[in-house]
Design a binder for this molecule. Structure first.
Ligand code: AHR
Length: 509
């Protein structure tokens, strides 16, 4: 049995972990919106204005901080004016990216904003640069956020909404190097400045404008955007241009042509997946290093607004719908990402898992025929980790031999961990990434007096265990046995391929 020690100084607080690192993403793709979030108000599934109440209830338990919409690739062919007004009169379009199917635009701006209100989540609206216009984007901002008398405010009122909404986050296109317009970094950087200029702050609504960034390790892209922001020779205040830059990274165990199965994997594939997930650390460090050269004070945010596993679709499902199952391996991919996010909390200000319902690494899966809903293993990681949102990060110093697993020469953390503190409660997250071996870990909690400890663990016998809508729930958290605390030290045993959280109560400080 491997034993490790984790030293945590409870009185040495690091940067705040933004709640927005626990953000979400909902695209008009497969059954994410239609069937997932939205069933229409004539559905037998309980709904409000067409929005599924069971989905809202499940997601409210995650305290989801923000929701990105309408894409993804879809964002750059979406024309928002097609999605307002009486539903039956809305123009239709073809969703060329995802399944080549007809989109009826029944879920549009008002439905999205209602969903955000029901979830208690901040809207992150992603505008269209690829096939849109500056005016179209500017009008959308006005429609959503302007009070008083103006053409777009009048149009919004005519569609039944008097007061403007608060929209904090605004995306300027998506993947402009690919589905968002096949642009060069240099060209997009100019476009981003142009579009952002006309995304106005109306009244009290202050937009946090987000430029669409790199794929994976395209650091050149990030550098061009940072140069555009430093705005040499430019008359404008860079503060008014855009405030953050994104990048995207997916965990794909195989090749894009054959990505691997979501549920049928051997030990090699299990470890390869986790090594690829761990690469997020190198990528955030790489983009941060470029940003540090231009912005050492870290005023510009880095955002990972698409991340998660991407496997082959479930056999028999539409290849354009990206529907995949979700196992304990996915849960560990998520928990590992969160540990890395927490380590980079100073620069990384937001992250959005792709996607919330029925697409890629989803929180929730619904049965197409019956509509039944199930929580995935990834859902449980988000729920067990929610105490980190807006808490102060705490460094975890891991000691002991065998801290790494050798995967074909790559070093995978045996135990991935992170911690945070909020008031008199600390939260420690622990993932045992070893497929077959348990690990004992002694938490050495210093600097504050511990009064009580509770823990939960997600630990199915099989790493491929998953939950099926309408079936049994094979992966669900249970209480974690925790030994006595002696001099601030306590030992917990982590089963193979497991994720645990330990909540630590402290005397009032
Ligand atoms: O999340 C699925 C797709 O992946 C998004 O539409 C696109 O931005 C990315 O390539």
């Amino acid at each position: 049995m491997t034993s490790l020690r984790a030293v945590i100084d409870l009185d040495v607080e690091g940067p705040q972990i933004s709640k927005h690192l626990y953000g979400h993403f909902a695209e008009h793709l497969g059954r994410c919106i239609y069937g997932g979030f939205y069933v229409g108000d004539d559905s037998e599934i309980p709904n409000e204005g067409g929005i599924r109440l069971d989905v809202v209830e499940a997601l409210r338990a995650l305290n989801i901080p923000n929701l990105r919409w309408p894409g993804g690739c879809f964002a750059d062919e979406y024309h928002w004016m097609d999605g307002i007004g009486p539903r039956e009169e809305r123009p239709r379009m073809v969703n060329t990216h995802w399944g080549d199917i007809e989109e009826n635009n029944h879920f549009g701006t008002h439905e999205f904003m209602a969903l955000c209100e029901m979830l208690g989540a901040d809207p992150y609206v992603n505008g269209n640069v690829g096939s849109g216009t500056v005016k179209e984007m500017s009008d959308w901002v006005e429609y959503l956020t302007r009070d008083g008398d103006s053409p777009m405010a009048r149009l919004r009122r005519a569609n039944g909404r008097d007061k403007p909404w608060n929209v904090p986050f605004w995306g300027i296109g998506n993947e402009p190097w690919g589905c968002g317009g096949s642009m060069s970094a240099e060209h997009y950087a100019e476009e981003a400045r142009r579009y952002a200029t006309y995304c106005r702050n109306h009244g009290d609504n202050k937009l946090y404008k987000i430029a669409a960034g790199a794929s994976e390790d395209d650091y050149h892209w990030t550098e061009q955007l940072m140069k555009a922001l430093s705005c040499l020779g430019c008359q404008h205040d860079p503060k008014n241009i855009f405030q953050a830059i994104t990048f995207h990274y997916y965990t794909v165990p195989g090749e894009w042509k054959d990505k691997g199965s979501a549920t049928d994997f051997d030990a090699d594939e299990y470890y390869t997946t986790l090594v690829k997930a761990q690469r997020i650390d190198e990528l955030i460090s790489g983009h941060s290093a470029v940003m540090d050269c231009y912005d050492p004070q870290k005023k510009v945010g880095l955002i990972l607004d698409e991340w998660g596993t991407w496997f082959n679709v479930e056999p028999g499902t539409n290849p354009g719908f990206l529907y995949q199952q979700n196992t304990m391996r996915d849960a560990l991919v998520a928990s590992l990402h969160f540990d890395v996010f927490h380590e980079h909390a100073e620069r990384l200000v937001m992250a959005n898992i792709a996607q919330t319902v029925n697409v890629l690494q989803a929180m929730l899966l619904t049965d197409e025929a019956t509509g039944e809903l199930v929580l995935t293993p990834t859902y449980h990681v988000f729920e067990m980790n929610k105490g980190h949102q807006d808490a102060a990060s705490l460094a975890v110093h891991l000691l002991g031999e065998d801290r790494a697993i050798d995967v074909d020469g790559a070093e995978l953390r045996r135990v991935s961990s992170s911690a945070s503190i909020s008031g008199d409660t600390a939260l420690v997250s622990l993932s045992n990434l070893h497929l077959t071996e348990a690990t004992d870990i002694t938490l050495d909690l210093r600097g504050r007096e511990v009064t009580a400890l509770t823990g939960r663990v997600l630990a199915p016998d099989d790493a491929a265990a998953h939950n099926v809508p309408g079936g049994t729930e094979a992966v669900t958290p249970r209480d974690l046995e925790i030994g006595p605390v002696v001099g601030g030290k306590v030992t917990v045993s982590l089963p193979p391929h497991s994720f645990a959280t330990v909540s630590v109560q402290l005397t009032a400080g």
